[in-house]
Design a protein. Structure first.
Length: 189
């Protein structure tokens, strides 16, 4: 069998360093990288299998929990994805009524916890059409005019403009801000 002088520039799949491969099928720069890659693949497969078995256990447990009106704290953790400390804090602040049947036998009403997670309708902001800034003469304030009119510090006014994302226009050393947007903020709208 003949010897090949073929050198193919490649990147190692494990350490991502460039190397010259002697074969077209080479994937790693060394035996060390090859072994480490194999170990990583086995570890990822093991983790995926562990997640899958945990998910299967959780599905059967959740189905059982959903049929009962009162559940334990650990079952509430599984069902709602809340930490155990949060549930105990809610019980202590009396936001969730609980029944203590003995040591480690605290039961909470599933309906009361579900009420805490009811969907809150958020107003649709897409209906509001943002006003286009009007930078014409007479329709703008400067920072100093805003601070003198509303008795606010110029630094506070600048922070307010940034926080509310109000468009500005700089002409020379003056920063102009649309009157209508500033008036809305200081009127509390």
């Amino acid at each position: 069998m003949g010897f090949s002088n073929l050198r193919i520039p490649k990147l190692c799949e494990f350490c991502e360093k460039p190397f010259e491969a002697k074969k077209v099928t080479a994937r790693f720069c060394s035996k060390y990288c090859s072994e480490k890659s194999g170990k990583r693949q086995k570890q990822l497969a093991k983790e995926m299998e562990a997640r899958q078995t945990l998910l299967e256990k959780s599905v059967s447990k959740i189905a059982d929990i959903q049929t009962r009106p009162y559940i334990s704290v650990s079952e509430a953790v599984t069902l709602f994805g809340i930490s155990r400390d949060t549930i105990h804090r809610l019980i202590k602040s009396k936001k969730i009524p609980a029944i203590n049947l003995g040591e480690r036998l605290t039961r909470v009403s599933k309906i009361d916890i579900e009420k805490m997670f009811t969907a809150v309708e958020m107003p649709d902001k897409s209906k509001e059409i943002p006003e286009k800034p009007n930078f014409e003469v007479g329709n703008c304030y400067t920072i100093s005019e805003i601070s003198s009119k509303f008795y606010a510090d110029p630094g506070t006014v600048t922070n307010l403009i940034k926080r509310n994302k109000i468009p500005t226009k700089k002409v020379g050393s003056f920063v102009y801000v649309p009157k209508n947007l500033i008036d809305k903020i200081f009127d509390g709208k």
